[in-house]
Design a protein around this ligand. Structure first.
Ligand code: KG4
Ligand code: ZN
Length: 344
């Protein structure tokens, strides 16, 4: 299964064997390109995707030692994301599907992030509750089965990663801000500033824009603050909210496995807090490796493989979509039935 991901500022291709073995996974990041603008510039992102898709494909085949004809299917992110960027990946995948005469499988990027959990631990089985935290999304998902999921809650405003990026911008740290805040926070005091814990006691919804405003006010009122302390205190507030809600969902839904996915799942404080709080409760905690948390095509191939197992593929009419919630179910598509020869 070839995976293609181009929904934001990473171009990625991966080849997955039997849904488990990552034969090759390549990510070409554009972070440097967008850095001086403090965020992703869609036009630049598209040009870069176009430039690297084909060379990356050739390199992916070489690394995996796979010939094009040996590919069984092509899974591609069809949304959500920057529309031009998603379109390029979809056009690339459609072309391959046509030329190689192999099925095309449209994958919801968010389902890709969920699938990263199963790449990390191939023996894992649902049910589980997953906290999906990325630059664009903050979702608590109850995965009842591979093809049955329930969104328990999302964010009312900023996504967790967006909050990290905006706070980094306020501090003049650069883009993407999450990893920079994480790094500086290590030298700071998480108790230095008592930032609010938005909606901590209320259900499964999130809200981070007030917290960002609180950081802004604090910086204005106390100009002498240490950047490291601001980072550590802000991060502690986000982490407490995220961890508390994930563990609450596990308790209330009666599941024994919890997982995190998405770029923010790379955060060292979040990872440590989950280990600290999940294990004493006897919960199985799955935290994918950082390379599986940030955008990558291996997770897209893994999610596509799950669709393939159900015997479905997309038609060449597959459309790219900028916004697509997790409630978009792949089986709602007017898709084509097929079967993969490599499937068990
Ligand atoms: O999943 P991802 O690679 O792309 C999206 O689908 O959005 O997530 C990117 C987000 C960015 O907001 C980035 O700042 C954040 O993940 N991120 C982090 C860390 N590493 C990446 N946030 C906090 N701590 C980190 N270590
Ligand atoms: Zn993502």
């Amino acid at each position: 299964m070839l995976g293609v991901e181009s929904s934001c500022d990473e171009t990625s291709l991966a080849i997955l064997e039997n849904g488990r073995v990552v034969r090759a996974s390549l990510v070409s990041s554009q972070a440097e390109l967008h850095q001086k603008y403090g965020g992703v510039v869609p036009e630049l992102a598209c040009r870069k995707h176009l430039e690297v898709l084909n060379p990356l494909y050739q390199e992916c085949l070489a690394r995996a030692e796979v010939r094009p004809g040996e590919l069984d299917a092509i899974a591609v992110t069809c949304g959500p994301g920057l529309i031009g960027a998603v379109l390029l990946g979809v056009a690339f995948a459609k072309t391959l599907s046509l030329v190689l005469d192999r099925p095309l499988i449209g994958v919801n990027h968010l389902e890709g992030h969920l699938a990263s959990v199963f790449l990390q631990e191939p023996e894992l089985e649902p049910p589980l509750v997953c906290l999906l935290v990325s630059g664009g999304h903050t979702l608590l998902v109850h995965l009842h089965d591979f093809d049955q999921l329930e969104v328990l809650g999302g964010t009312r405003d900023d996504a967790a990663g967006e909050a990290f990026d905006k706070v980094a911008k306020l501090l003049g740290l650069g883009y993407p801000g999450g990893p920079l805040v994480d790094q500086l926070a290590r030298q700071g005091d998480p108790a230095a500033i008592a930032f609010p814990r938005p909606m901590l006691d209320r259900g499964y919804e999130f809200s981070f824009s007030g917290l960002k405003t609180a950081v802004m006010n604090e910086l204005r009122e106390r100009p002498g603050l240490k950047v490291e302390d601001v980072c550590a205190s802000f991060q502690a507030a986000v982490v407490e909210v995220l961890a508390t809600k994930l563990l609450r969902a596990a308790r209330e839904k009666g599941v024994r496995t919890v997982a995190v996915a998405g770029g923010v799942a790379c955060n060292s404080a979040l990872r440590a807090e989950l280990v600290r709080r999940a294990e004493p409760k006897g919960l199985r905690l799955v935290v994918p490796s950082p390379a599986l948390c940030t955008d990558n095509a291996a997770m897209i191939a893994r999610a596509g493989w799950e669709v393939a197992r159900l015997g479905w593929s997309s038609s060449l009419e597959l459309e790219a979509s900028a916004s697509m919630g997790l409630d978009f179910r792949r089986l709602d598509c007017p898709d084509v039935k097929f079967s993969l020869k490599s499937l068990p």
